[in-house]
Design a protein around this ligand. Structure first.
Ligand code: 5GP
Length: 186
């Protein structure tokens, strides 16, 4: 199985943007499309941004052991489908997962060979600003996410790699260096 990279960190820290930039620089790296019960945001496409499932369908898949990991986040469920991961990794492509902290902990236990990177904000004010700028979420959702984010910040200690997203350019370079060196060691 090819290398698996896990990018975790608080919501709003810029994981998605960083992964997009990373994949431009490492084109063989494939993104695992997660499943979620959260409703699509404007512009999000089913099967591209997420597999949007209703709660019954999601829970049926949990019962059928179809998830490598899953977590409840902000009243919705999110998970990595085994089929998503294996289809890519078995074909020899390195895969990147963008998941929350609870999911990253499950991957650390179940797939110890996965390379785990924590993306940290320069400070929590920056995180608040980013979440507020994402005008698609309601103020209540943003507040709830900020609370979770504060608690998640402490988890950076658990990760072998930490990338501080202070400048997108610099943080991308650092992430590319980590992924590049790991791909070289096979
Ligand atoms: P959002 O609703 O902003 O797209 O995602 C909320 C949080 O869920 C983010 O921290 C995101 O990384 C995380 N997330 C997305 N997909 C997965 C997944 O498959 N598993 C887990 N555990 N978390 C996920």
């Amino acid at each position: 199985m090819a290398k698996v990279f896990v990018i975790a960190g608080p919501s709003g820290v810029g994981k998605g943007t960083l992964i997009g930039r990373l994949r431009e620089r490492v084109p063989t790296l494939e993104l695992s499309v997660s499943a979620t019960t959260r409703p699509p945001r404007v512009g999000e496409r089913d099967g591209v941004d997420y597999h949007f499932l209703d709660r019954t369908e999601f829970d049926a898949r949990i019962a059928a052991d179809q998830f490598v990991e899953w977590a409840e986040y902000s009243n919705n469920r999110y998970g990595t489908l085994r089929s998503e991961l294996e289809r890519r990794a078995d074909a020899g492509f390195p895969v990147v997962l963008e998941i929350d902290l609870q999911g990253a902990r499950q991957v650390a236990e179940r797939m110890p060979a996965a390379v785990r990177v924590f993306v940290a904000p320069p400070d929590s004010a920056a995180l608040r600003q980013r979440l507020l700028a994402r005008a698609t979420d309601s103020p209540e959702v943003i507040e709830q996410r900020l609370e979770v984010a504060e608690a998640e910040l402490a988890a950076r200690e658990e990760f072998p790699y930490v990338v501080v997203n202070d400048s997108l350019e610099r943080a991308t370079d650092e992430l590319v260096a980590i992924v590049g060196s790991q791909l070289l060691v096979g």
